[in-house]
Design a protein around this ligand. Structure first.
Ligand SMILES: [Zn+2]
Length: 288
């Protein structure tokens, strides 16, 4: 039997990351992602992380294939990969592949998905080895810096706390501003899986533009979220000039009916719309 990771709905940021990731897998690797939906959760095959077209997804110049820039001054994921550390870019594909091996273990619970996913020590060791190799080839060329023996851990330590690298719009600056929302810490700890998934959270928003902002529909079921956001993107791509109130008032009645028919949902509960407003980068939440 195929080994899978179970993914449960959580907060809107995580959900948008998961939906965005599946969207990208459908578009780029052309997989039938709808077969991963089981009731309200996702049963994600572990080997999905081993076969992603990393270069095309994150480093190509073509707008069509590139999911988002994650290097240097990226608009959304600022310095996710620091350009002064080329080994991080080379190793990124190895990091993503290793996600197929993450285990739920230990006492470190992720501030985003609330699970205790982490890499096994031997996998961290292997990743450090890769980073040292990439560092070595670079060191040879420049004849100065020594390859780090814990290179992967250095890379990961910059991403392990929620910060501007994961969302330049709403995250905290590194090491500053303790915040009640984060239990008076300066940030949240995040697991390796969320470190990766979260760089896809903008995709459903960008697929659904209204006159007032970009929207994501959040719900307690991934299957419902998938279909609602797909439908929203479909109607919004037909007419770019929709006002938000039109979407809320008219089209979403239609949408609600369509979802009940296609999914057989008894009622639409706890569904909210997250709006990334164009007006001063505000985030709004509306129950629908
Ligand atoms: Zn997590």
């Amino acid at each position: 039997m195929e080994e899978t990771i179970k993914i449960y709905p959580s907060n809107w940021l995580y959900n948008a990351g998961v939906i965005g990731f599946l969207n990208s897998v459908k578009k780029i690797e052309q997989k039938d992602v709808e077969k991963y939906f089981v009731d309200n959760i996702i049963s994600l095959p572990r080997n999905i992380f081993e076969n992603l077209e990393i270069e095309k997804r994150y480093f190509s110049d073509s707008k069509k294939n590139n999911i988002s820039s994650i290097v240097g001054k990226s608009l959304l994921y600022r310095n996710y990969i620091n350009p002064s550390r080329p080994q991080d870019k080379s190793g990124f594909a190895d990091f993503v592949k290793k996600l197929s091996k993450i285990k739920e273990q230990g006492q470190n619970y992720c501030g985003i998905c609330s699970r205790n996913f982490s890499f096994l020590p031997e996998d961290v060791k292997e990743l450090n080895k890769k980073w040292a190799e990439y560092g070595k080839s670079k060191a040879k060329r420049s004849q100065r810096s020594k390859p780090e023996t814990n290179g992967f851990e250095v890379f990961f330590s910059n991403l392990q706390k929620y910060n501007v690298a994961h969302n330049n719009l709403i995250a905290t600056s590194k090491g500053k501003f303790p915040n009640a929302f984060w239990n008076f810490n300066d940030s949240l700890s995040i697991c390796p899986l969320c470190v990766f998934l979260i760089i896809h959270h903008h995709i459903p928003f960008e697929n659904a533009n209204t006159q007032n902002g970009q929207i994501f529909i959040n719900a307690p079921s991934f299957k419902i979220m998938w279909h609602l956001n797909e439908y929203a993107s479909e109607i919004l791509s037909k007419r770019k000039s929709y006002q938000l109130r039109e979407i809320l008032g008219i089209s979403f009645m239609e949408l609600a009916q369509k979802v009940s028919v296609t999914l057989g949902a008894w009622s639409i509960m706890n569904i909210e719309m997250v709006i990334k407003s164009y007006n001063r980068d505000r985030l709004l939440f509306t129950a629908i």
